[in-house]
Design a protein. Sequence first.
Length: 256
Amino acid sequence: LSYMNYHEDHSEMEAEWMKGVELLRSMNLVDSEYMINEQIATGKSILAEGAQGSLLDVDFGSYPFVTSSNTITAGTCTGLGIAPGNIGEVYGIFKAYCTRVGSGPFPTELFDKDGDRMRTAGNEFGSTTGRPRRCGWLDIPALKYAIMLNGVTKLIMTKPDVLCGFEKIKVCTAYNYKGEVTERVPFGVIENELEPLYEILDGWKDDLKGAASVNDLPGELRNYVNYLEFNLGVPIVIVSVGPDRSETLPCTEEFA
């Protein structure tokens, strides 16, 4: 096949491209690293939000099933020009269960009716593609790994409402990896190499809608939060029980 005689009219796409160039030219472009650090120097707070999970980090994620950039807190430094010493609180947001998109190791993945139930109740489908997400029980070793890499100081738990009605809740506390028990996420692990080791907790049956504070949550859910805080060593400061802002409940008191 000869490419010398290959011709295609790209004039329409070129016109669209140039429109984009003109739009960029119309913007007030700044040296953002200076602007952000000047704001920090005057006492202003900067909120940086990560777009993807920690295990998709190009350096410390479950390679090769990763994205092309740093998705952990360090990306704030390299992406925005903020020095590590200027980072204050690091809020780690996690679901009450686990999900994953695409291929890659997922030790606690469920292939049964429980996984289907999580997927349906949590609307775990890609917002653009509609692609079903893989669902499974919470994985403490993976969560502790993410906490370590990001320097998480406070945790926010979302979607415990998805687990309403489960009689028992499983939590992975360690792995059986090549015949040995480990609480670490091994490097370069491939699918099916990790056998999850579980602890089982009582589930909650009460509907979480209408809960105005964490004190309105079922005792089993409060126990679940206490259990996770103890095992993770980081306080859970918010529990989100639904998509509405009124369903975002601050944990200002100890769970009883």
